[in-house]
Write a protein that binds this ligand. Structure first.
Ligand code: SF4
Ligand code: SF4
Length: 132
């Protein structure tokens, strides 16, 4: 059986440096307004105990191909390589899920693997994130 790959992101320690966004965009030559990953602001809003909820969360988009060209050669995705806080991990989903159990405030993403095949119309790819 093929393994499914994804990205585990520890957003507790994401600094919001945007290196993932920029490096992904440059690597794939995405045009103006196109992104393979976006760093979103979740907050700030008051928790009611004097503290604020405020998270930066990097979210892969439908253009994320898990850096198929690089990872196909055994290299890590460019966003993982350039993450300044070292909070991004690429790997098999089952391994990432185990790592996810080690601490809270992490997200595990399995992006659509061949988004450009959709050619405008969203087509679910059942082989999403799968490496043969
Ligand atoms: S894995 Fe590659 S394509 Fe996906 S967000 Fe990271 S740099 Fe972009
Ligand atoms: S490169 Fe890493 S630390 Fe910087 S915004 Fe992206 S996930 Fe956060």
């Amino acid at each position: 059986m093929s393994d499914t790959y994804g990205l585990l992101i520890d957003y507790e320690y994401c600094t919001g440096c945007y290196s993932c966004e920029v490096s992904c965009k440059e690597e794939h030559n995405y045009g103006v307004g196109q992104w393979g990953i976006k760093v979103l602001d979740e907050g700030p809003w008051p928790l009611g105990d004097g503290n604020y909820n405020y998270n930066k969360i990097a979210v892969p988009t439908d253009l994320c191909d898990l850096c198929a060209e690089r990872t196909g050669k055994g290299r890590e995705p460019i966003c993982v390589h350039h993450c300044l806080a070292n909070v991004m991990t690429y790997g098999k989903v089952e391994d990432l899920a185990k790592k996810m159990c080690e601490k809270p405030k992490q997200v595990l993403w399995v992006p659509q693997y061949k988004p450009m095949d959709a050619k405008g119309e969203f087509v679910h790819d059942p082989a999403s994130g799968v490496r043969k």
